[in-house]
Design a protein around this ligand. Structure first.
Ligand code: AMP
Length: 121
């Protein structure tokens, strides 16, 4: 498993060193809009703990952290208004997924009819 980089962008957002619009926050998670939205609704949800990827989170997080995080994802989907219309969750993990930021995060995408799940490379 890759070592956690304390200087990744989302670690800096969690420490308040980089601003973001805090859409939702609790002891387990923080949600904020993606800086380059790919859909009318494009929100990122990140855990408060130091986990590199979905792989790391699923393997190493405590049951409380996992439950708290996914409850936050559901709450955020409700809060931003896509729970009924529908949305897509994406969690890129590792090089082939083109994960850019090495702090586990889930993208919530919605607000319109979404296209195909994968586009050509
Ligand atoms: P991923 O490729 O899954 O690692 O996605 C990382 C996402 O973080 C991209 O969609 C970026 O647009 C987004 N991003 C990077 N920096 C920021 C930032 N400062 N605030 C909000 N979103 C960001």
């Amino acid at each position: 498993m890759a070592t956690y980089d304390d200087n990744n962008i989302f670690a800096r957002i969690l420490r308040g060193e980089i601003p973001c619009q805090r859409l939702y926050e609790d002891e387990f998670a923080l949600a904020f809009p993606d800086i380059k939205p790919q859909a009318p609704c494009h929100v990122l949800v990140i855990p408060k703990g130091k986990y590199v990827s979905a792989t790391d989170f699923g393997a190493m997080a405590t049951p409380e952290e996992i439950t708290g995080f996914y409850r936050a994802v559901s709450l955020v989907a409700e809060k931003v208004g896509v729970a009924e219309s529908g949305y897509r969750l994406i969690a890129n993990a590792g090089p082939d997924s083109r994960q850019e930021v090495p702090h586990f995060h889930v993208h919530i995408l919605g607000g319109r009819l979404l296209g195909a799940m994968l586009v050509a490379p």
